[in-house]
Structures are given as structure tokens and as C-alpha cells.
Design a protein around this ligand. Structure first.
Ligand SMILES: [Zn+2]
Length: 468
């Protein structure tokens, strides 16, 4: 199995550090808002990766943190008149509820910064003792970037170039503009923790290094996160952990691509965040998940509303196929082979290429014809059963999914099912009486309303035109 390793900018054969055990850490959400499409992509990507690694037989320990303290959380909690910890608790409940709808499993560990303060203080103290960090007079602690020779290797930047790009803020007392904060002093009446350097709060980067060390150990197999975290967050994590532990932090650095909405970057200033909870009001969670994994996890992904509408159509198509598969196999004797499983595996073994897998699935569905080749039909069902939890797709009963989507469209079209069925009955009567003018009229009327009819040997069935 090959994974694209951002550290070396190439695909590399994946070999775990410790036999069959795989340790994976992914930088999670800062809980100062509700989950949007960017958060969803990260959760879906690493849920899929952890599931596939388990499928390959690895014993995966997956940790993903919550950053449950930052300036925004503190300001928001002040406005609400509650403590920042209470606000974080409430938010995490909301986030968990929403995220559980689009993920198959939970990470094994969900560490929170505010529950790791003693370990963070110990980590920072150690770095000072080893000469990699220094406290300032006002109680901040900075990491001394120039002491770590490998700085810039992950983001592929040279220290000299970085110096020019760093803004020097006059209020800071650091020795070098590149140095970054491990601990930030706060005023006596502000929220914070006592430390050897006075009251303060941890910097952002140190929390992940500490939580990795606490929950997974000094060196892990995979460190993940969004592409936007490569610099400075992951570069800084890598630097401070390497100095503290005396070994590399992670064998593989894996980053999911970013989301744009209708060609525009999602940003606070554009105010174009699409919240996951709003999407879940409109679309089945599997439809949302499909829109993401239809693309390779490293790609930049444009997720305007059209992407989800298209995903809904595709999922409707696949569930129709699966429904036909079930019907074709019902009461029949058949055998299956693992040809399709092998195709799916080869896609996922190539840097978790779910995009290729779904394209292959589409091609295979096209070969089913009238579902007469029962070995092929059964082999597809077998492959879907093997992969449904990895993809987080096709886990619903096909008929149930189809009915759900149909019902949604019927409502949108201001129709109701019993009225449609009544019209079909009337059309059948007209046909029996050879009144073809009337039967055509009914068909055309339904068609104009967005309902299409299909006459089969088992009778007339109806469907939603928009879904084709
Ligand atoms: Zn992190």
C-alpha cells in the first residue's frame, strides 16, 4: 500500500513502525464555531483512512483532539456569561452529534487541551531545559526556531525565505522573529493556568505535540490534518516534538485538500461557510459523504450546491442498482468471486484513491445489463459488503434509501404519493378501455409535474424525473 507522504513529497510504501500496530493522529477542530464543510472533509477523509487500514488487518489507534480553548472561545463565553470550559463542553456535544452522522467510527481518543495542561507545562519545561526554548520577562515562552536545523522541511521552505515573510510585531519580546509561542502569559483576571512562568495559556502548536506524546507515544505512523495546517502548525509541531523526543514525530504526513464553494475560498471574511448541520437538513448523510469521497482526498474540492445535487443523483442511481442486485439474487443459487474486491483494493492501496474506486464501481454497474450474470451480480454485492464501512456508503437498505429520496422530491414537487398512485390507476383503467387519448393525457400531465412513468411486466412504476 502506498501513501503520499507530504514530508518527502512522494508516494511511499506504507510500513508501520511497530509490526501490525498503526498509530494515527489528526489535528481536530477548534471548538469556536460549528462544523463546516472543511471540518467535514477532514473527518470523512481520516475516518475512511482509519477504516481501510483496519480492513488491511492493522491494529489502528486513532487520536484526534479538540482545541477547547482559544481567544474566540473565551470572548464568546464572556458574552454568554458562562465559563469557557462550559461553552466548550456544549460545543463538543453539538459537534459530536453532527459529525457522528457522517462518520462510521469514532477516533479511539478525543483528547482536549484543557485536560492536558500539566503535560503541556512539563513539555515546555523540558524544551527550556534542553535549550530549545526560553521564557521572557513577561511570562511568555518561545521556541527558538534556529536551534532546530531541520526547520522548514515539512512545508519545503528555507529559513531565510521565512524570515522575510514573518511580520515582526513590536509588542512581542521574542529573540528572533521566527520563534513561536509555546506558552502565552495572561493578565491575573484573565482565563488561564498557573505555571512556572506565571499565569498563562498554552500556544496552539504545543498542544498537539503533547497530546501525541501522551496518548500515542514519541513517534507515530501517520500525522494528518488539512493542507492549511502544514505551515506553521505542523512545521512547528514537528520541530518541537523532534527536539523533545530525540526522534522524528511521524513517518507519514498526510494532508487533505481544501474546500472552495462555487470557486470561492471558504473564509471568515467571505462569510461563505456552509455548515454541516444545514446540509444534513437537506441531504442524506451518505449523499454528503459521497460528494467528498468522489474526489481524491488531496484534491481541492469545489462543493457548491450543485455538487450535492449531483451526488444525490449518483447515490440514487447506485442504490437502484443495489436494489436490482438484491432482487436478482433473491431465492436464487449463486456463487461469488473476489474480482471486484481486488479492483477496489488496488484503488485504495494507491493512496486511498476513493475517486478511482467509485469510477470503477460505475463501470461495473454498467456491465450488469439485465442482471443475468449472477456471479457478477453476487460478486458486486460481496464487494459492496466488504467496502461499505470503509466508504461509509451503501450502508442503508436500498429500498429504504430510494423511498426516502423519492418522498423528499414528491414533497418538493408539491405532490403526494397516493395522488400519483391514483392517477396511475386511472391510466391503467383508460388503457384497459383502449382510451389511449386519456391514458396519454394522464402520462403527460404527470410528466409535466416531474413524475415519469415506466411500464414493466410487473406493472407501471413511477419515479422522479429530476433524479435521472
Ligand atoms: Zn495539531
Amino acid at each position: 500500500m502506498k501513501i503520499y507522504n507530504v514530508l518527502h513529497r512522494r508516494k511511499e510504501e506504507f510500513v508501520p513502525i511497530d509490526g501490525n500496530n498503526v498509530k494515527m493522529y489528526v489535528c481536530g477542530m477548534t471548538v469556536n464555531g460549528e462544523p463546516h464543510l472543511g471540518h467535514a472533509r477532514q473527518v470523512i477523509t481520516f475516518d475512511m483512512i482509519s477504516q481501510y487500514l483496519r480492513y488491511k488487518g492493522y491494529n489502528v489507534t486513532y487520536a484526534s483532539n479538540y482545541t477547547d480553548i482559544d481567544d474566540r472561545i473565551i470572548n464568546q463565553s464572556k458574552e454568554m456569561g458562562i465559563s469557557p470550559l462550559e461553552l466548550a463542553d456544549n460545543r463538543i456535544d453539538i459537534i459530536n452529534k453532527v459529525m457522528s452522522k457522517i462518520s462510521v467510527t469514532e477516533p479511539n481518543y478525543r483528547p482536549r487541551v484543557t485536560k492536558c495542561i500539566p503535560e503541556i507545562i512539563a513539555f515546555v519545561s523540558d524544551l527550556i531545559q534542553k535549550g530549545y526554548a526560553y521564557p521572557t520577562e513577561n511570562g511568555d515562552v518561545y521556541f527558538c526556531v534556529k536551534k532546530y536545523k531541520g526547520y522548514g522541511q515539512l512545508s519545503n521552505r528555507k529559513i531565510d525565505e521565512l524570515i522575510n515573510s514573518v511580520r515582526i510585531e513590536s509588542s512581542e519580546e521574542k529573540n528572533d522573529p521566527l520563534d513561536f509561542a509555546l506558552w502565552k502569559a495572561v493578565k491575573k483576571d484573565e482565563f488561564g493556568w498557573d505555571s512556572p512562568w506565571g499565569k498563562g495559556r498554552p500556544g496552539w502548536h504545543i498542544e498537539c505535540s503533547t497530546m501525541i506524546k501522551k496518548f500515542l507515544g514519541d513517534k507515530i505512523d501517520i500525522h494528518g490534518g488539512g493542507k492549511d495546517l502544514v505551515f506553521p502548525h505542523h512545521e512547528n509541531e514537528l520541530a518541537q516534538s523532534t527536539c523533545e523526543n530525540g526522534c522524528e514525530l511521524a513517518n507519514f504526513w498526510v494532508h487533505n485538500g481544501l474546500i472552495v464553494v462555487d470557486g470561492q475560498k471558504m473564509s471568515k471574511s467571505m462569510n461563505n461557510f456552509v455548515l454541516l448541520k444545514d446540509l444534513l437538513e437537506i441531504y442524506n448523510p451518505e449523499v454528503i459523504r459521497y460528494a467528498f469521497i468522489l474526489n481524491h482526498y488531496t484534491s481541492t474540492l469545489d462543493l457548491g450546491d450543485n455538487a450535492f445535487k449531483q451526488a444525490e443523483k449518483s447515490m440514487y442511481y447506485f442504490y437502484n442498482v443495489l436494489n436490482n442486485v438484491n432482487n436478482a439474487l433473491q431465492g436464487k443459487e449463486y456463487t461469488h468471486n473476489d474480482n471486484i474486491v481486488k479492483i477496489f483494493e488496488s484503488c485504495m492501496d494507491d493512496d486511498f484513491n476513493s475517486a478511482k474506486l467509485l469510477a470503477e464501481l460505475f463501470t461495473i454497474c454498467g456491465k450488469l445489463g439485465k442482471y443475468k450474470d449472477l456471479t457478477l451480480v453476487a460478486s458486486l454485492k460481496y464487494a459492496i459488503d466488504q467496502f461499505k464501512d470503509i466508504l461509509g456508503l451503501f450502508r442503508q437498505d436500498p429500498q429504504e434509501f430510494l423511498n426516502e429520496v423519492k418522498a423528499k422530491y414528491v414533497k418538493q414537487l408539491n405532490l403526494n404519493v397516493s395522488e400519483i398512485e391514483k392517477q396511475i390507476e386511472l391510466r391503467n383503467l383508460a388503457k384497459q378501455e383502449k382510451n389511449y387519448a386519456e391514458s396519454d393525457r394522464i402520462r403527460n400531465e404527470l410528466d409535466a409535474k416531474g413524475i415519469m412513468l415506466k411500464d414493466t411486466i410487473d406493472g407501471t412504476i413511477w419515479d422522479i424525473k429530476q433524479l435521472y
